[in-house]
Write a protein that binds this ligand. Structure first.
Ligand code: SF4
Length: 490
C-alpha cells in the first residue's frame, strides 16, 4: 500500500479517516467536499502549466510514469525534470512537481501550490508536504540540498498575456524543512505503521469530543450511536461542554440536563426541541420586516474564480459574478423576475446595466448571507467605477434575511444551521433543492467554468444553462417564499 503526501497530510489531520480510506475504500464516504477537492486538483494543474514555463530544456515525464522511468531519466544529461516519481522500500511515494539537478549532483525540489500564500495550518501544511517529498527522495538515496515552493503572487493583476515570472513567486523553504525534518520523519513512520494496522475501533472516533466544525463526512460511520438532534447541533457549543456531555453519555439534545450551563440562544434551541415547535421573537421579526423599503429585490449571485486569472484586471482566485437572479416584490404583491447568465468570462458590465434597468436605484436588496453579495459588489466597484452609484446603493440597502434565523427565529428542525437549504424545507415544504441538477454554488461554479472554458465539454449546452438558471432562480424564489411565510407568522 503506497503512502503519498496527501495520505500523510490526511494522517496528520485524522488517522482514523485515512485508515478507513486505505483499508475499506468502498465504505469511505465520497463526501460533499469531493467536488471541492477536484477543483483544487484542477487549479494545481493550471498553475503547474505556468510553473513549467519558468524552466527551459526540462524533461516532462508522463503523469503516470513509474519510479523506474525516473531512475533511467535521471541518468541522462538533462538537468530539470517535471513529475519524476520515487518510492521508498517501505512504500512512501512521491511525485515531485519540478526537480532540478544541481552542479554538485544534489537536487533542488520545487513544489507547486495554487494558493497565494504558503499554508502551515494543520489541514493544509505546505511545509510538511514539501518535507514529505524531501524525505522520499533522501530515502531513495538522493541528496536534496534545496527545497522551494512555487505559488501564486497575490499582487498579480492580469494585463495582457500572462507572464509566468510575474504570476508566480518562488520561496526557498530549505531551512524551514531542515528545522522540522526529524519530527516529520517520525510522523511519517507512525503514519506508515498506522495504515498497516489490521483493524481499528470503528465504533468511535476522536471527533466525539470535538465540535461539529471538526467532523468529516465519516463521523456517522464511526459514531453510529449518535442520534438525530445531537448535542453537536447546539449552536456554538464549546468543546469543553461537548466533553462534559459525552463523558456523561448525553448524546441527544434532549439528554442535556435542565441546569446545564448554556447561553440564551442555545437554551432557546434546546427548548425548541423540547417543545417540538419553533420559538419566534415575533415583535423583533415584525419590526425588522417593517423597516424594509419596497420594492424588495431578492438577489443572489453565482461566481467563478480561477487560480490563474482569465481576463485583464483580475488577480488570482478573484471571484467574478457570472450569474444573477432577482425576484422583485412590490408592495401590492406583484412579483417579477430577472435573470442573467454569462456566455463568456468577462467583467459583468452588461449584467449590472440590465440589473439596474430592472430594479432601478430604489428599494431594499435582500440576500442570504449578504456579506458575499456585498463583497462581490465591492470588487465590481473597483473594476466598473461607472456603475458606482448603483453598486454603492445596493450595498447600503442590503438586508441579510439569514439574520432573522440567527437571532429571532429558532427551530430545532433546522438542525442548528441557518443555511437556506435547511430553513426552506421547514418553512416551505413544497420547495426543495433535491430535484435540481445543480445542488450548490461550488457545483454551479464548476459546471459553468467547464462549459465556458473546456473545449471538450460534452454536455448539452442549453440543458446545462437551464440547470444553472433553475438553481439560481430557486435561491431567490426561496427567499421570497420564506419572507411570505414570516409575514404569516407575525
Ligand atoms: S469525524 Fe473526525 S475523528 Fe472521525 S473520522 Fe472524521 S476527522 Fe476523523
Amino acid at each position: 500500500m503506497n503512502f503519498t503526501k496527501t495520505d500523510f497530510i490526511q494522517f496528520l489531520n485524522c488517522p482514523e479517516s485515512l485508515w478507513l480510506r486505505k483499508n475499506k475504500p468502498k465504505e469511505y464516504p465520497d463526501g460533499e467536499f469531493s467536488l471541492f477537492v477536484h477543483k483544487l486538483i484542477k487549479e494545481g494543474y493550471e498553475v503547474e502549466k505556468y510553473a513549467k514555463m519558468l524552466f527551459s530544456n526540462a524533461v516532462d515525464l508522463p503523469e503516470d510514469a513509474d519510479p523506474e522511468l525516473t531512475l533511467r531519466e535521471l541518468k541522462s544529461n538533462n538537468l530539470v525534470f517535471f513529475q519524476p516519481s520515487f518510492i521508498t522500500t517501505k512504500g512512501s511515494f512521491a511525485r515531485i512537481d519540478v526537480l532540478e539537478k544541481l552542479p554538485d549532483g544534489s537536487f533542488h525540489i520545487y513544489e507547486v501550490k495554487s494558493s497565494t500564500k504558503i499554508n502551515t495550518t494543520k489541514k493544509h501544511n505546505h511545509i510538511k508536504d514539501a518535507c514529505f517529498q524531501t524525505y522520499v527522495l533522501k530515502e531513495c538515496g538522493f541528496k536534496v540540498s534545496k527545497v522551494s515552493i512555487i505559488n501564486l503572487n497575490k499582487y498579480y493583476i492580469k494585463s495582457g498575456k500572462v507572464d509566468a515570472n510575474k504570476l508566480l513567486n518562488i520561496e526557498d523553504v530549505t531551512i524551514k524543512i531542515k528545522n522540522i525534518y526529524s519530527s516529520v520523519v517520525n510522523e511519517i513512520n507512525t503514519g506508515l505503521n498506522y495504515i498497516k494496522k489490521e483493524s481499528i475501533n470503528l465504533n468511535k472516533c476522536s471527533c466525539r469530543y470535538k465540535t461539529r466544525i471538526n467532523h468529516c463526512d465519516s463521523f456517522h460511520y464511526f459514531n453510529k450511536d449518535i442520534p438525530k438532534y445531537s448535542i453537536y447541533e447546539v449552536g456554538r457549543i464549546s468543546e469543553k461542554k461537548i466533553n462534559h456531555l459525552i463523558d456523561n453519555n448525553y448524546t441527544s439534545i434532549l439528554d442535556i440536563p435542565y441546569d446545564f450551563e448554556l447561553n440564551i440562544k442555545q437554551q432557546i434551541q434546546v427548548e425548541s426541541l423540547r417543545q417540538e415547535h419553533a420559538i419566534i421573537d415575533n415583535k423583533r421579526v415584525k419590526q425588522t420586516l417593517e423597516n424594509l423599503k419596497f420594492p424588495l429585490h431578492f438577489i443572489d449571485y453565482e461566481t467563478y474564480a480561477s487560480a490563474v486569472p482569465k481576463i485583464d484586471e483580475l488577480g488570482p482566485h478573484k471571484h467574478l459574478v457570472f450569474q444573477v437572479s432577482i425576484h422583485t416584490l412590490q408592495k401590492n404583491g406583484e412579483l417579477s423576475h430577472f435573470e442573467w447568465l454569462g456566455k463568456k468570462i468577462e467583467l459583468p458590465f452588461e449584467m449590472l446595466s440590465k440589473m439596474q434597468e430592472f430594479t432601478g436605484i430604489i428599494g431594499t436588496f435582500i440576500s442570504w448571507h449578504s456579506s458575499f453579495e456585498v463583497g462581490r459588489n465591492k470588487d465590481m466597484l473597483n473594476w466598473l467605477p461607472n456603475l458606482s452609484t448603483y453598486l454603492n446603493y445596493m450595498n447600503e440597502h442590503m438586508f441579510d434575511l439569514e439574520d432573522i434565523f440567527k437571532e429571532m427565529y429558532v427551530d430545532y428542525k433546522f438542525h442548528g444551521s441557518t443555511s437556506i437549504k435547511k430553513v426552506l424545507p421547514v418553512l416551505c415544504k413544497e420547495f426543495s433543492y433535491s430535484e435540481l441538477e445543480i445542488q450548490d454554488g461550488t457545483m454551479a461554479l464548476d459546471t459553468w467554468g467547464r462549459m465556458i472554458t473546456d473545449p471538450d465539454f460534452s454536455d448539452d449546452i442549453d440543458q446545462t444553462r437551464n440547470n444553472l438558471l433553475a438553481y439560481c432562480k430557486l435561491d431567490t424564489e426561496a427567499m421570497v417564499e420564506i419572507y411570505k411565510e414570516l409575514l404569516k407568522k407575525i
